[in-house]
Ligand binder design. Structure first.
Ligand code: PSU
Ligand code: MN
Length: 299
């Protein structure tokens, strides 16, 4: 198995069995605009620390798989437009070509698993895209195969939420929702889809994760953490904005790994930053919950 280059802090925490939370970097390189992306990346690390866990931001730097980045490395990922977006299948090519990449949920899970990090916080996972184009994020495939718990705010309504839920069921990925019976929709706390097992605290989620492992699923676990109401966007407005962004993507022929960054960029522009503001708040909220779960799992 490939080695992961870890910061001293992350390596020490893992060796001592302390709580560590993996953080992804596509959100930095392709999900948010400069310079907010760099600020947010560091804020998210702080949110993990505030819960008593050690953050391990994951990326590929010059072809090396890294867990735990310096502020300079974070800034480089945030700023340099030559940074690529890597899903798990892209890691080998990035290593051989010496590329620098922001890692998606699938690639971050893969590297976290190699490093021995079990808990990971992101904003939203990829999923089944709308329409009949068979665009299904590799995040779902990786969740089926890699034993890492992923905290997210649900899947964005740029996706097909009911189909994404169905695929997670087929892949037998356990889904937990914090404090609600309904699966959240990223910018809004409710999607109208009743899915996932409700839990009301981090300790119960950590216990369920351990129980899932005990039955030998070999899968990950998805924890959906609804955006706090105070930071949520209006469901009607965001719905119309998403419809317009999807139409623009189709008109401009955007495809493959460019689809998600294109849609996010559109939403942020059209809402004059309100979508970005909500995105930031939910990522921080997820980092806090992941920190609590990691602490509960380590204790
Ligand atoms: N959702 C967001 N922001 C993001 C992403 C998802 O709100 O930046 C990123 C994540 O890294 C996720 C990836 O893993 O998009 C999914 O990309 P794709 O749809 O190409 O699989
Ligand atoms: Mn895709």
């Amino acid at each position: 198995m490939s080695d992961v280059l870890m910061s001293d802090e992350v390596a020490t925490a893992l060796a001592q069995g302390r709580a560590v939370v993996a953080l992804e970097s596509t959100i930095i390189s392709h999900g948010m605009p400069w310079p907010r992306n760099a600020e947010v990346a560091l804020q998210v690390e702080r949110a993990v620390r505030d819960q008593g866990a050690v953050p391990a931001t994951i990326a590929v730097i010059d072809g090396r798989l890294c867990a735990g980045l310096t502020p300079d490395q974070v800034e480089h990922l945030a700023k340099d437009t030559a940074v690529v977006k890597a899903a798990s299948r892209d890691l080998g090519a990035c290593m051989v070509k010496g590329l620098t990449a922001g890692t998606t949920v699938s690639a971050t899970m893969r590297i976290a698993a190699l490093a021995g990090i079990g808990v990971f916080a992101t904003g939203g996972i990829g999923g089944v895209h709308r329409g009949d184009g068979m665009d299904v994020s590799a995040d779902l495939t990786e969740l089926a195969m890699t034993d890492v718990l992923v905290v997210c705010a649900g899947v964005k309504s740029i996706l097909d939420i009911p189909r994404t839920i169905e695929v997670l069921e087929t892949l037998r990925v356990p889904v937990a929702v914090l404090g609600a019976d309904e699966f959240p929709a990223f910018y809004t706390p409710r999607s109208g889809v009743m899915a996932g097992e409700r839990f009301d605290d981090a300790r119960a989620i950590a216990a369920t994760w351990a129980a899932n492992r005990s039955v030998g699923l070999g899968a990950g676990m998805l924890v959906a953490n609804p955006i706090p109401a105070a930071h949520a966007l209006d469901a009607g407005e965001i719905g119309a904005t998403i419809d317009a962004a999807l139409a623009a993507a189709e008109a401009e022929g955007v495809s493959g790994k460019d689809v998600t960054p294109f849609l996010l960029g559109r939403l942020n522009a059209v809402t004059e930053g309100r979508a970005l503001g909500a995105n930031i708040e939910l990522v921080l909220n997820n980092a806090r919950l992941a920190g609590q779960i990691a602490v509960a799992a380590a204790g």
